[in-house]
Design a binder for this molecule. Structure first.
Ligand code: PLP
Length: 405
């Protein structure tokens, strides 16, 4: 089949899905703009700070801005949070104490949390006497029976939900389902912390988990919420009582969120979250387009094209390791940075298997930029996400299709 025709016919079939994605982006842009106006964001908020950062207005106002965007009492947003894994770790250590149980109701948490939760002798939650248990999703939704039985244990202090798919062949969970399961959990009398790994989910739907009953939500600024502009960082938003404890973990219990400076200034964090609704929409449209084209060629991809996506990722299943690697390489070759590099699988820290990652990005490893990665194991599944502009996604798709067809 002719590649241009394949792309054009796929675009035509996605007209309604694109229109919906744009409607979501508009809603989220309104939410972000209302928060900017409410917090009277001004040029002085972008200026650098140094040392302890006492009275750093840029930092404090950025926290307040994120709290308003996510509909929470409080927030921590910081370039000193080095990644999503770090933000999640600080959040979990902040809320949990010895003897408590962390209960994941969406199956295994993301790969890089395995060692955080159950590592031996590495300072993990387990080392501090914090237990872990989980129940898997059932037919793409929460398993209410298993959750009810798991919650009979009074030591459960966090119910943990991962919104996005992670490295699994399952759809992200919708905000509708998250809202429903939280109501169910509250109905059972659970008064602990509902904690959401929000990575890849921000601004994909019209609401966030914290607007649907979650106490804490956590994410990375080199994914959705940084809008492709933030150079590093993470955020933790939620109820004040939790955020205060988490701030004590991020820095020290005596100083919490009163300290923390950034000598390069905060402009990119403000500008990033301002751009995020639009950039996320570009990535969602890119993901839909690659899904539609590859399905026409007979590949299996997830999420299905019939429903609005709940995160920015797309999983694509390949028959062989060679096809998988060649797909990831094609993504790298169509990247603006390091397009000339030939990728190979490697033993990446925090992951159980060898991983191959295409990230020809301006910000190292930023996966709101066009990127793809895959653990080298059967079944051979590539996880594709990001794209700062729809046009770039389309460009990359052309190169990918040239390789695959
Ligand atoms: C990316 C991701 C993480 C970890 O974030 P890093 O910034 O890579 O450490 C955690 N959970 C989910 C669902 C993710 O997608």
């Amino acid at each position: 089949m002719n590649i241009d025709e394949l792309i054009a016919s796929s675009e035509a079939s996605l007209k309604d899905a694109f229109r919906y994605a744009e409607e979501v982006a508009y809603r989220n842009q309104c939410k972000v703009m209302d928060a900017f106006r409410k917090n009277k964001i001004a040029l002085r908020h972008f200026v650098p700070s140094t040392g302890y950062g006492y009275g750093d207005e840029g930092r404090d106002t950025l926290n307040a801005l994120f709290a308003d965007i996510f509909g929470t009492e409080s927030a921590l947003v910081s370039p000193n949070i080095v990644s999503g894994t770090h933000a999640l770790t600080v959040g979990l250590f902040g809320v949990l104490k010895a003897g408590d149980t962390l209960f994941s109701v969406s199956g295994d948490p993301y790969d890089t949390l395995t060692e955080v939760i159950s590592g031996k002798g590495n300072g993990s939650l387990a080392d501090y006497g914090i237990r872990f248990k989980k129940c898997a999703l059932k037919d793409g939704d929460f398993d209410l029976e298993a959750i009810a039985s798991g919650l009979k244990d009074e030591s459960v202090k966090i119910v943990f939900i991962q919104r996005s798919r992670g490295y699994e062949w399952r759809d992200a969970v919708s905000e509708e389902k998250i809202g429903k399961v939280i109501s169910f959990i509250r109905g059972l009398g659970f008064d602990g912390c509902v904690f959401v790994d929000n990575c890849y989910g921000e601004f994909v739907e019209k609401t966030e988990p914290t607007e649907n009953g979650a106490d804490v939500a956590v994410g990375s600024l080199i994914k959705n919420a940084g809008g492709g502009i933030a150079p590093s960082g993470g955020y933790i938003v939620g109820k004040k009582k939790y955020i205060d404890r988490i701030a004590g973990r991020l820095t020290a219990p005596s100083v919490g969120a009163e300290v923390g400076s950034y000598a390069f200034g905060y402009q990119y964090f403000y500008e990033g979250v301002f751009l995020a609704p639009h950039v996320v929409c570009q990535a969602v449209k890119g993901s839909l387009l690659i899904g539609a084209c590859l399905e026409k060629l007979g590949y299996k991809t997830s999420p299905s094209l019939g429903v609005a996506p709940y995160d920015i990722t797309r999983a694509i299943r390949f028959d062989t390791k060679e096809q998988l690697i060649s797909f990831i390489q094609a993504v790298q070759e169509s990247s603006p940075v390091d397009s000339f590099v030939t990728l190979e699988p490697w033993d990446m820290p925090g992951y159980q298997e060898q991983v191959i990652m295409a990230a020809g990005t301006f910000v190292q490893g930023a996966s709101i930029e066009l990127s793809a990665d895959a653990p080298i194991k059967e079944p051979y599944i590539a996880y594709f996400q990001g794209g700062l502009t729809y046009e770039h996604c389309k460009y990359a798709l052309t190169k990918i299709l040239q390789k695959l067809v």
